[in-house]
Design a protein around this ligand. Structure first.
Ligand SMILES: *Cc1c(COP(=O)(O)O)cnc(C)c1O
Length: 315
């Protein structure tokens, strides 16, 4: 196993998060299914972005930023968690979000309003326009600012999920398969790289909930993150699996996704969300029904959070 060097980070969440065996769903689906509770990362309503933000906001502080920008959809969990984490460490968050979606004072919008967050909307399709707007607003403020990309999915954010696999190994677990939702790519890329480094017999499957070219995005993020870690390994498209679970479109609930949310709620008392984890878990159900898992395969599903979305979208 290669020795790797993790960059420095802030401590913002509560780690390690628990791993639980899902007795009821394991019986129903006839597989061995555990869940990693990253819905319990300890900031706001929890969620995967906290792991990324520990690295990203350390970097922001280090570089002397006073303002932190990020972006996403109107109900972005990432944007909400960036605001929560930035506030905790005395940085001023400004969220410039795409107007598409639910902008009412519901779900993550409600949480942002309770935190007194500066939220702005832009009625555009491309994130490039939003990154330009960040520069315009940042320069006009006269203060040092830091831009976090959509989903926190750059190489540094990706490190958070490399560390998640190491954390599970240190908790004493070995899985044959890790399954997660893939929305902007950092989580999946981090898990896939982390598995290569810390759980080499484990394969990682990303359930795509958007329509970006995730083949390329995942490989690129894995390579860049491996560069930060100074990990001397080969990375290629064959390191991971991708399955399309997007359904009618990003952030538009799907029938299978809603059924998966309901099944998890009814059998295990855990709440998934309609945008990410519900669609991803629908992918687990699909694979189980197809008999795609080996008899003794130990499967780990990442609960990446998303509670805010449950209270914003009609399911
Ligand atoms: C952002 C998000 C994801 C996807 O993670 P990416 O790193 O953006 O691919 C999954 N689940 C939830 C709840 C999220 O908020």
């Amino acid at each position: 196993m290669s020795s790797v060097q993790f960059p420095q980070k802030l401590s913002l969440g509560i780690f390690p998060t628990p791993v639980q065996y899902l007795e009821n769903l394991s019986k129903i689906l006839n597989i061995h299914l555990s869940i990693k509770r990253d819905d319990m990362t300890g900031v706001a309503l929890g969620g995967n972005k906290v792991r990324k933000l520990e690295y990203l906001l350390y970097d922001a502080k280090q570089k002397g930023a006073e303002i932190v920008f990020t972006t996403g959809g109107a109900q972005s969990n990432h944007a909400m968690l960036t605001a929560a984490c930035a506030n905790k460490i005395g940085l001023t968050p400004i969220l410039i979000l795409k107007k598409k979606g639910v902008t009412d004072r519901k779900g993550n919008q409600l949480l942002e309003s309770l935190m007194g967050t500066d939220v702005r909307f832009m009625d555009i399709n491309s994130y490039d326009d939003i990154y330009e707007e960040m520069d315009r607003v940042g320069k006009a403020s006269g203060k040092p600012y830091y831009k976090i990309p959509c989903g926190g999915s750059n190489a540094l954010g990706t490190i958070g999920y490399v560390e998640c696999v190491k954390e599970m190994r240190d908790q004493g677990y070995t899985f044959d398969r890790i399954i997660c939702a893939e929305g902007s790519g950092g989580t999946m890329a981090g898990l896939a790289l982390g598995a290569k480094l810390f759980m080499p017999s484990c394969r990682v499957t990303g359930m795509m909930v958007d329509t970006d070219p995730f083949d390329e995005i995942t490989v690129r993020l894995m390579k860049e993150a491996a560069g930060i870690l100074k990990a001397d390994i080969e990375i290629s498209r064959s390191d991971f699996d991708l399955i399309d679970m997007c359904g009618p479109g990003y952030a538009i609930p799907s029938q299978e996704g809603n059924a998966a949310v309901a099944l998890m709620a009814e059998k295990e008392g855990l709440f998934l969300d309609p945008v990410y984890t519900g669609k991803a878990f629908a992918g687990v159900i699909k694979l189980a029904n197809e008999g795609a898992f080996k008899k003794d395969e130990k499967v780990l599903f990442l609960h990446s959070g998303g509670a805010g979305g449950l209270f914003a979208l009609d399911m």
